[in-house]
Design a protein around this ligand. Structure first.
Ligand code: TA6
Length: 306
């Protein structure tokens, strides 16, 4: 559908419309009395979430390439149906193909002037089956209020069970990585992707002073990104997931990524709601699995209220 047809069928007066975004890629622009947001149909990719009165919650690379065969750098990439490299074929796209596919609009609604909902959908096709030989319907429900709720549902529409790894790979905007900590993972074990997937134990808050790439295991807990530089706490709650990934590329990896500014590591942190490592899920024929991430902002308690 072109933007005119999308607006005829799904636009919501004063809350939701479609337009040509960067490089002409179609995006939904959401603006209600609570927040604003942007969602590209390319990759089903949220590129902005901005509660009124707050600074942007999601980090976006100023070098992001809005190209059909490339994932957008920043925002919330959808990693699906495998996390990381394909388990047996390294020629297949890193982090699966959902984030480099064109999604369709299934529904839009505005339950109130402070709540906007958009559902995107992606179905299996000959192209997807060439990469991953299963039939599926993938739906993504985005609910924008003063918080952001993301629900990714995998339905097996085929006749054989399949395994899915996935992530809502959220990039959060912070004032300064040196003044940021992450709580909610104390006492959890994690696989260190930078040290041969060694199993290690988290003690206390996560402090970032170098490249970090960890799959935290067996946790359903909410994480909080404490951003002391701007006195903000970003709460990342979840369901349908028992693994959480924390990633910051730090200096040298940032320099190696062409779509990532060299100093970008200072103002971003990824806290990802995942089904990764041993948390991948089996979906039987006719059944579904949903993974949900709920993002909300609060002024940090240390902020003096006057
Ligand atoms: O989620 C962490 C991670 O798997 C890292 O290893 C790093 O590769 C990051 O994802 C970004 O991956 P991408 O394919 O988007 O460059």
């Amino acid at each position: 559908m072109n933007t005119e047809e999308l607006n005829q069928q799904f636009a919501i007066r004063d809350q939701l419309r479609f337009e040509a975004g960067v490089n002409g890629l179609t995006r939904a622009v959401i603006h209600n009395d609570a927040s604003s947001a942007e969602v590209y149909l390319h990759g089903g990719h949220i590129t902005a979430f901005h509660p009124h009165g707050q600074s942007p919650v999601l980090w976006m690379s100023n070098l992001a390439q809005f190209k059909p065969d490339k994932a957008i750098r920043g925002g919330v990439p959808i990693v699906w149906p495998w996390f990381g490299a394909h388990p047996t074929d390294s020629t297949k796209p890193q982090h699966g193909f959902a984030r480099i596919s064109e999604w369709n609009v299934a529904e839009s609604s505005a339950p109130s002037n402070t709540e906007s909902r958009l559902q995107l959908r992606m179905n299996s096709s000959p192209e997807t089956e060439a990469l991953w030989p299963h039939q599926f319907e993938l739906s993504y429900t985005i609910t924008v209020t003063e918080s952001l709720s993301l629900k990714l549902t995998t339905r097996n529409t085929g006749t054989d069970a399949f395994e899915v790894g996935c992530a809502l790979h959220s990039y959060f905007a912070i004032g300064d990585i040196a003044r940021t900590t992450i709580t909610g993972l104390d006492g959890r074990s994690y696989l260190d992707q930078l040290d041969g997937m060694q199993n290690k134990l988290q003690s206390g808050a996560v402090i970032i002073g170098d490249e970090v790439d960890r799959i935290y295991r067996d946790t359903e807990d909410e994480c909080v990104v404490h951003d002391k530089a701007i006195d903000r706490d970003i709460h990342v709650a979840k369901s349908g997931s028992r693994s959480t990934v924390v990633w910051n590329p730090w200096i040298s990896k940032a320099q190696r990524m062409s779509d990532f500014p060299d100093d970008g590591y200072r103002t971003m942190i990824c806290v990802e709601t995942t089904n990764a490592a041993e948390d991948i899920r089996t979906v039987n024929p006719g059944e579904s699995h949903s993974i949900v991430q709920m993002i909300s902002c609060h002024s940090s308690p240390s902020k003096t209220v006057n």
